[in-house]
Design a protein around this ligand. Structure first.
Ligand SMILES: [Zn+2]
Length: 255
């Protein structure tokens, strides 16, 4: 079995490149992706972009706004993207977040009937009082009353090996990437286990993170998967996303 990947951008974050890539200079506009995975047995959304409120007011992200300037058009929220593509948000079966940072969970609220698939350590971290106090996590983005399925390792979403959540911890305690078998081969959405092509080529981690040694191990796993034939989609690589523009959705891994 294969599945289809429909990728879109739900906003950008502007920040200093050096913050995310050692040696980087200048300002970068980070693409904030979301992916709709269409499988014969159901629909999964992987990462959900920026919260709709950020189109008009950055108060929601607190002190994160000192480092990251949110850029979000009303028509680029996950809900607007789904509506434009004729996808009924209420019929989405699963939402999986790579991790619970604000730029990956903002659209969870738009998927009322989806079951949340999250690694257990990430769910625990996301509800830790100190991490909430420090603004690392905001449960208002993801602790929404949806059914929560805590995962303990790799998880085969539809049971046929075509859509698999793969633990890639380090950036956060329970980070996960998504591997999808498409018509044209395997694709891996790394999310923030690897921000940029250059991060992987030069094995560069940002200066912050839950456990940078663990993140390097996850990056080695990602490099191994690429060597075995997987096509990588990086977390926030502007070069890779340049051709996506404002397209509501672009299908990846199709002929
Ligand atoms: Zn991110």
């Amino acid at each position: 079995m294969t599945a289809k990947i429909h990728a879109t951008l739900c906003g950008h974050l502007e920040t200093d490149l050096g913050r995310l890539l050692p040696g980087g200079t200048g300002t970068v506009a980070l693409p904030i992706p979301a992916y709709v995975i269409e499988h014969a047995a159901g629909v999964l959304v992987f990462d959900t972009g920026l919260h709709a409120e950020l189109a008009t007011d950055s108060g929601r992200i607190g002190d994160n706004a000192k480092m990251f300037t949110a850029r979000l058009d009303q028509q680029a929220t996950l809900g607007a993207r789904l509506a434009a593509a004729g996808i009924d948000a209420a019929s989405v079966d699963f939402v999986a977040n790579s991790h619970l940072h604000f730029d990956h969970v903002g659209g969870n609220v738009e998927l009322p009937n989806a079951r949340l698939l999250i690694q257990a350590p990430e769910w625990k971290a996301g509800r830790h009082p100190k991490l909430i106090e420090y603004g690392v996590y905001n449960p208002a983005d993801f602790d929404l009353g949806q059914e929560v399925q805590e995962l303990d390792g790799s998880f085969d979403v539809f049971g046929d090996g075509s859509v698999v959540l793969v633990p890639t911890p380090g950036h956060t305690a329970g980070h996960q990437s998504l591997q999808v078998a498409t018509e044209t081969g395997t694709m891996l959405m790394t999310a923030d286990a690897c921000y940029f092509r250059r991060s992987l080529d030069e094995m560069l981690t940002p200066g912050f993170g839950f456990d940078l040694d663990q993140q390097l191990a996850s990056m080695r796993l990602i490099a191994d998967l690429e060597a075995a034939g997987a096509t990588l989609v990086f977390g926030h690589d502007p070069d890779q996303w340049a051709d996506l523009g404002d397209a509501p959705f672009k299908q990846l891994g199709s002929t």
